[in-house]
Design a binder for this molecule. Structure first.
Ligand code: AGP
Length: 369
C-alpha cells in the first residue's frame, strides 16, 4: 500500500502532489495555443449548439459545487453567457424551471452522486441539454448526459477531493474559452492569453507545492484552532469555500468560507485575537478590496494567514504568515491559491492524528440522499 501511495503517508498527500501532472492530462490534446482555441468534440456541444444556448446552469455538490462557482464566473466573464450555479440537493426538490436552450453542466468527480444525478434528471425532463464534467469514465451522470468533458485526473482515493477539484477548474476554464470562441464573445487574443496561462499552470503549481514545508509550519499554528475563517472575493470566493470545506472534512475543526465583501454583514462580529483568518488575496482585480477587508480584520486583532502573490510587499504589514504564490493572470489564479489551503488542511489533520484518507462520517461518493 505504501507503494500505491507513491511513498507518501496518505493518498491525499500523494494526490495533492499529483496535481501538476493531472492538470496536464486535462489540458492534453484540447488546446491550440496559436489559434487561441479549445477542442473537445466529446462534449457534444457543436458550434450551432454553443450559439443557441441562452443560459448555463451548473449543478453540483460539495467540492464540485465550488469548482462550478468558478465555472460560472468564467462562463460569464469570458463567454458572456448568463449563468447560474446551484446546489444539486436544492435544485432537485424545488420544482426548478429548465428550458431546451439551457446548457446544464453537471460537475461530479464520481459521476454517481445521487443529488446531482437527480438534478440532471429534472433538467432532462425540462428538455435542457446536459453536459457532464466528470472524472470517472462512463459513470451514471455522463451516461445520462448528451456529452461529457472528462477531467482525466486518474482515480482519487482520498475522501477529501484535491486533484479532481483542480482538474475540474481546468476543464471548466477550457469550456468557457470554447463557448466564448464559438459565440465570438471572446476575442482570439484574450483566449490565447488565458490558454497560455493555463498551459503554464502545472509548472507554477510545482513551485507552490515545493513550499510544502513552510505551509507545514503554518499548519502547526492552527492545530488548536476551534474556528477558522476563510475569506476570498471573485475567483477567490470559491477557493475560500473550498479551503474551509477541506479543513472541516479532515481536521474536524469548524471552518467557514465567506465572501470577503459579506464580512461587514455579520461575520466581522466573530473577529478577535483568537480567530485565525485565512485570506485568499492574490494580486488580482479584487486585490484592493481584499486588502481593505484584511485591514478591518487586523484592526480587530484577527490573525491573518495570507495566500499572496510574490512581490506584494504591502502584505507583509497585514499578515502574520504568508504563503507566496507566483504571478499569473487572474483567470488561472484559483488553480494556484487552492494548493496551500489543501496542504494546510492536510497538515492540520495529520498533526491531529486523524484518519486523513477516510475521515469520520464521510463517504467518497454519496449515492444516497
Ligand atoms: C470533497 O472533498 C467531498 N468529499 C465532497 O464534498 C464531494 O465533492 C461531493 O460529495 C461531490 O462528489 P462528486 O464530485 O463525486 O459528485
Amino acid at each position: 500500500v505504501q507503494a500505491e501511495r507513491g511513498g507518501y503517508k496518505h493518498f491525499m498527500r500523494k494526490e495533492i502532489h499529483e496535481q501538476p501532472e493531472v492538470v496536464e492530462a486535462t489540458l492534453r490534446g484540447r488546446i491550440d495555443l496559436a489559434e487561441g482555441d479549445v477542442y473537445a468534440a466529446e462534449m457534444g456541444v457543436t458550434p450551432e449548439v454553443a450559439q443557441s444556448i441562452r443560459r448555463v446552469y451548473f449543478v453540483a455538490c460539495g467540492t464540485s459545487h465550488h469548482a462550478a462557482i468558478a465555472g460560472r464566473y468564467w462562463m460569464e466573464q469570458l463567454a458572456k453567457v448568463p449563468s447560474v450555479v446551484e446546489l444539486a440537493s436544492e435544485v432537485r426538490y424545488r420544482e426548478p424551471l429548465f428550458y431546451p436552450d439551457d446548457l446544464v453542466i453537471a460537475v461530479s468527480q464520481s459521476g454517481e452522486t445521487a443529488d446531482t444525478l437527480a438534478a440532471v434528471k429534472a433538467a432532462k425532463a425540462g428538455g435542457a441539454r446536459i453536459l457532464a464534467v466528470a472524472n470517472v469514465l462512463d459513470s451514471a451522470i455522463p451516461r445520462m448526459a448528451d456529452g461529457a468533458l472528462y477531467t482525466h485526473a486518474g482515480p482519487e482515493i482520498g475522501v477529501a477531493s484535491t486533484k479532481c477539484f483542480t482538474t475540474q477548474l481546468a476543464a471548466l476554464l477550457l469550456l468557457a474559452v470554447y463557448m466564448g470562441r464559438r459565440r465570438s464573445t471572446l476575442p482570439q487574443e484574450r483566449a490565447q492569453k488565458v490558454l497560455q496561462a493555463l498551459w503554464e499552470i502545472p509548472s507554477h503549481q510545482r513551485e507552490v507545492l515545493g513550499d510544502a514545508d513552510y505551509v507545514h509550519a503554518i499548519a502547526k499554528k492552527l492545530v488548536h484552532a476551534k474556528d477558522v475563517l476563510f475569506l476570498g472575493r471573485g475567483l477567490g470566493f470559491p477557493i475560500a469555500l473550498e479551503g474551509a470545506l477541506k479543513l472541516k472534512e479532515i481536521s474536524y475543526a469548524h471552518a467557514e468560507g465567506y465572501a470577503a465583501g459579506e464580512m461587514k454583514h455579520g461575520p466581522i462580529a466573530l473577529i478577535d485575537e483568537q480567530l485565525p483568518v485565512v485570506a485568499v488575496c492574490p494580486r488580482d482585480a479584487q486585490y484592493e478590496k481584499m486588502h481593505s477587508n484584511l485591514q478591518e480584520v487586523r484592526a480587530r486583532e484577527g490573525q491573518v494567514i495570507a495566500i499572496a502573490t510574490k512581490g506584494d510587499e504591502a502584505m507583509l504589514e497585514l499578515a502574520q504568515h504568508i504563503v507566496w504564490i507566483p504571478k499569473a493572470p487572474d483567470e488561472v489564479m484559483p488553480l494556484l491559491t487552492v494548493l496551500p489551503l489543501q496542504l494546510i488542511a492536510y497538515f492540520v489533520a495529520n498533526l491531529k492524528g486523524n484518519d486523513v484518507d477516510q475521515p469520520r462520517n464521510l463517504a467518497k461518493t454519496v449515492t444516497v440522499e
